[in-house]
Write a protein that binds this ligand. Sequence first.
Ligand code: CTP
Length: 392
Amino acid sequence: MRLVLGVGAGIAAYKTCELASRLTQDGHEVFVCLTREATRFVTPLTFSALTHRPVSIEVGDEPLGPISHVTLARTADLMVVAPATADLITRLAEGRADDMVTAVYLGMRAPVLLAPAMEAEMWSHPAVVRQVEQLRGDGVVFVGPEDGRLASGLQGRGRMSEPTRIRDQIDRLVTPKTLQGRSLLITAGPTREFFDPVRFLSNPSSGSMGTAITREARNRGARVTLVHGPLSVPIPDGVDAMPVTSALEMEAAVMERAAGADVIIASAAVSDWRPKGRQSEKVKKQDAAISWEMLPNPDILARLGRERARAGQILVGFAAETGNVAEHGREKLLHKQVDLLLANQVGYDRGFGPAVVDGVLLSRTGADQPVAGDKPTIARLLLDAVEQLLTT
Ligand code: CTP
């Protein structure tokens, strides 16, 4: 992907260096345009070293040969302006073209994303509010600003979004909307089965697989409802998140929403048991061994398969296996009556958290496919397979 990264004159420009570096490392072509005043905060050399490409300031600069402002605007997949200061926002809204950033902006027909950064009083001033409304009306998308510590040292709304959040919005803007109009229900994370107020049975699931699928489905334009246990990773923006704790709560939340979903993806690591008789007081320590009766939890995915809340609904499951991965996976696919099932190897030090997945994607049609990669990659493969089922 080719990106133009416009940089305004704000101290948040130091965070834009991080953004430029990440985008470059991910294999994107990043062309940076600085305003003249921005060069007082960060140098062109900083960005050319990070992106391995010439940086431009004036309209006459030629990172891509003569009339580069036109070439850049016509060939870029996206323009990002970060930080977008009050002055730069105003110049963009007014259609000025007196430096490279504003000139490229006027030629852009691909999406433009602005990450504002300024003092809270400036952001809420009617003069800035007017220009932001103007730009929104012109089709510009905004990310942030956020509440937090500002350049002045004061707290307020005006802090530029972090590079990871801007990155997330970039992915969202450039991903083709192949799931537009579709409704996805996704379960993620572990459940906790408390037996007294401070102790519970659970597992090491972080929710990273479920949130990666959620993010990718959202990027593809789907409406996503995420029913999740306690996660150790952030919930993506722009989805309907429903937090639950126990398997019974997860079951109730899922069944209530199942009929509204075109696709249900069960990536949660649901506890198979819950302690019988939850104590209202903390159980006191004793020297003797303790045993606790466990009741089986309902299998949410199997119930979804049995009841199929909606004709044509696609049901996707996971199988976490410590051995005979494909064989056990196939048994689960048949037994739980699901359409797709990703079976992967887990162990004491494997399968949970951000690590790489190495497994097999089993399909009811028999088209099995080995899959390997990090969780965002697996999420893409999985949703490609879902899309194929939706169109057949
Ligand atoms: N699952 C579920 N409800 C449960 C248990 C599992 O919805 N009570 C779903 C998981 O979200 C996953 C799939 O079923 O999509 C398989 O989960 P897994 O833990 O691999 O299998 P189990 O059915 O629990 O079988 P076992 O623990 O015996 O391997």
